[in-house]
Design a protein around this ligand. Structure first.
Ligand SMILES: O=C[C@H](O)[C@H](O)[C@H](O)COP(=O)(O)O
Length: 234
């Protein structure tokens, strides 16, 4: 089950660089996770802006500290002015699938406590409907039961393996990730609620209607998702 697309490097570069324009000195900024966010952080580090960063993964925290950012915990700052994060797939209504890097739990928490959540993707991530696997972070103790409940919802779940070591991937929060195939997701909001109702699910990677804006990068530059949707509907 392929959960992550490589995406287009040029699209990531242009959108990661452009989103820096939304950042002002004094802001608390949510730093998402992934390669597109990596472009954003490297660009931001080179600008004359003084921000506090709240990181959504150990991976991002290591990068942010290396780049010299003032990194603090969400609990210590209380709320975030602007969260910037990537996604694995975006539909024309701005619903997202995230968690290809298994960071979606912290990403969703930070996005939820942010005044503004801006998603940055390259154009290979945009589709008319969501159909990639939905990653679900699961408490290890409840794994088999959660897999059963996913089946009851009409999905199929596969435990994500680590790749580098034998056995399952363990998240930054000490949990497992199950990648679930629900085929074409016609009602993301409904599926999101249904998965959240399963006891033992820590968080899932569907982000329905959470992004305040989605910026899409390509070799033609950066556009807002709503412009792209408008063109498709014509
Ligand atoms: O868990 C990982 C995150 O949700 C990432 O934001 C997502 O996988 C996109 O990553 P990338 O920018 O590397 O394609």
């Amino acid at each position: 089950m392929s959960v992550k697309r490589d995406g287009s490097d040029v699209g990531k570069e242009v959108v990661g660089e452009r989103v820096v324009e939304l950042v002002e000195s004094g802001m608390v900024v949510g730093f998402g996770t992934g390669s597109t966010v990596g472009v954003f952080l490297r660009e931001l580090a080179g600008r004359d802006v003084d921000v506090v960063g709240v990181c959504t993964s150990f991976d991002t925290e290591l990068l942010a500290r290396r780049l010299g950012f003032d990194v603090r915990s969400l609990s210590s700052v209380g709320s975030v002015d602007l969260a910037v994060d990537g996604a694995d797939q975006v539909d024309f209504d701005g619903n997202l699938i995230k968690g290809g890097g298994a960071a979606h739990f912290r990403e969703k928490v930070v996005a939820s406590f942010s005044d503004r959540f801006v998603c940055i993707v390259d154009d290979t991530k945009v589709d008319s409907e969501l159909d990639l696997p939905v990653p679900i972070e699961v408490a290890p103790f409840a794994l088999e039961n959660v897999l059963g409940e996913i089946g009851c919802l009409g999905g199929e779940g596969v435990l994500r393996s680590c790749g580098e070591k034998d056995g399952p991937l363990v998240t930054d929060n000490g949990n497992f990730v199950v990648d679930t195939d629900f085929g074409r997701i016609q009602k993301p909001e409904r599926l999101s609620k249904e998965i959240s109702c399963i006891t033992g699910v820590v968080e899932h990677g569907l982000f329905p209607g959470m992004a305040d804006s989605v910026l899409v990068g390509s070799s033609d530059g950066v556009r807002e998702l709503r412009e792209i949707k408008g063109n498709e509907e014509r």
